[in-house]
Design a protein around this ligand. Structure first.
Ligand code: ZN
Length: 181
């Protein structure tokens, strides 16, 4: 009876599926370690007037790229941290397919970046805080696990979520009343 109730409740099922951080597994410790690298890039982006989002890309436990947002700096609407990092990783690895690569982003990717992650065939996406306004992994769209795609990305959410979220909140609070993106 309990099992039936549990499965019938979508909220419980979701919680059950998405709770990889209840213990201190080696993977979760590594995820936090790499997310700290992404947070460094986010703070560096903030220091040059960019929205504080950072990304690092890891392959076989080696850091391949670590980048922050550069849209203003480069005068390029596509220069989100994910895109900048994917380009750098592809150049370094000499392959436009980034199969087997893990992408750490401080914030849930937008539609453009989620699409780029699919195009790159990345293995895993790990992000910190959700973007309720424009997130395209779970919040607004589910681009990374759409049925018709033949590539699925493994997704982990909520790694160092509080720190990732605080950085964005601080940024938008200090810029309140101004157009920021
Ligand atoms: Zn984006």
């Amino acid at each position: 009876m309990f099992l039936c109730l549990f499965v019938a409740n979508p909220a419980s099922l979701t919680l059950f599926q998405r709770a990889p951080y209840s213990g201190r597994s080696l993977e979760s410790e590594l995820d936090e370690q790499w997310m700290r690298q992404a947070l460094v890039a986010a703070r560096e982006a903030q220091a040059i007037g960019e929205v504080p989002i950072g990304v690092c890309i890891v392959s076989e436990n080696q850091l391949i790229a670590v980048c922050g947002n550069r849209t203003r700096t480069d005068c390029d609407p596509t220069a989100h941290a994910e895109i900048v990092a994917l380009r750098e990783a592809a150049r370094k690895l000499g392959n436009y397919r980034l199969t087997g690569v893990d992408v750490y982003s401080t914030i849930e990717p937008c539609a453009m970046c989620a699409g780029a992650l699919i195009q790159a065939r990345v293995r895993r996406l790990i992000y910190g805080a959700p973007d309720e306004r424009a997130g395209a992994v779970v919040s607004r769209f589910r681009i990374c696990d759409t049925d018709f795609l033949n590539h699925r990305i493994e997704i982990s959410a909520g790694v160092l979520e509080a720190e990732c979220r605080a950085l964005m909140q601080e940024f938008f609070q200090t810029r309140r009343g101004r157009i920021v993106d």
